[in-house]
Design a binder for this molecule. Structure first.
Ligand code: 6PG
Length: 248
């Protein structure tokens, strides 16, 4: 299944196959870069299985942890000990057991407000990148993981919110979420999310079918606007696949 808009859709059997496909793509991108690697993780429940897989011996032993850096594309503005904190989920699932602490780059949630946290993270990203402007020839991330919410949001870019139109800032605060959990968010903006060799969406489960149907119909929703300057890949499992795509 492939589309004519430079996105690639890969159909997999179920959530377990999806996690394995994502893990293999991640390994391939890491192997393609013999220098410092930057991976941008995502939150929500979809990537958890992938994160747990990365901690298993089969994958863990293939990752050069000392030269791989881990970022996060959006964060719920809650303390790190809150179960809704995205980076804390990733830390518990694999990072704390596998990655050097200095290579883990969480969005700070101990700032005065989400906007201040956004400014701090923006500075951290710019410092890591080594420039204030993104160069299309030198993407910030090797791989950037993404999920899709029931309203078509991705990262914490919600439909019709001003953050989706932001082109200057790298990271912004989002005072109010459009869907649960209704906590303020901090999110990378579209141009920064685009700065990757591969943007990898993971979409699984029947509860995603309704929003995927709208997205595949071409609705102007954030998840359809998020594109990598390199490759954009959607991994979709059978349960999430819209009816009219099932027999293709
Ligand atoms: C978040 C996210 C968000 C998520 C989607 C899908 O912090 O909530 O990063 O963009 O990826 O809402 O979430 P699920 O995987 O839980 O369905």
């Amino acid at each position: 299944m492939a589309s004519g808009d430079h996105r690639v859709f890969i159909r997999v059997a179920d959530a377990a196959a999806l996690a394995k496909a994502a893990a293999d793509r991640l390994l391939a991108r890491i192997a393609a870069n013999s220098d410092r690697v930057a991976i941008c993780l995502t939150g929500g429940s979809s990537p958890k299985r992938l994160y747990q897989l990365l901690a298993t011996d089969a994958y863990r032993s293939q990752i050069p942890w000392h030269r791989v850096h881990w970022f996060i594309g959006d964060e719920r503005f809650v303390p790190t000990d809150d179960s809704r904190n995205n980076m804390s989920m990733a830390r518990a699932a694999f990072l704390d057991r596998c990655a050097p602490a200095a290579n883990i780059h969480p969005i700070p949630t101990d700032s005065a407000d989400p906007d201040q946290a956004a400014r701090r993270y923006e500075l951290e990203l710019r410092t890591f990148y080594g420039a204030d402007r993104l160069d299309a020839a030198r993407p910030l991330f090797d791989v950037l993981l993404m999920g899709v919410g029931p309203d078509g949001h991705t990262a914490s870019l919600f439909p019709d919110y001003p953050a989706i139109e932001e082109t200057e800032r790298w990271v912004v605060g989002v005072p109010k979420a459009h869907v649960e959990p209704f906590v303020p968010r901090v999110t990378l903006t579209l141009p920064v999310l685009a700065s990757c060799h591969e943007m990898l969406f993971e979409v699984a489960g029947i509860e995603k079918r309704a929003i995927l149907t709208r997205l595949f119909d071409g609705e102007n929703l954030p998840a359809n606007r998020a594109r990598s300057a390199g490759e954009t890949v959607w991994l979709v499992d059978e349960a999430a696949l819209p009816e009219n795509f099932r027999d293709r």
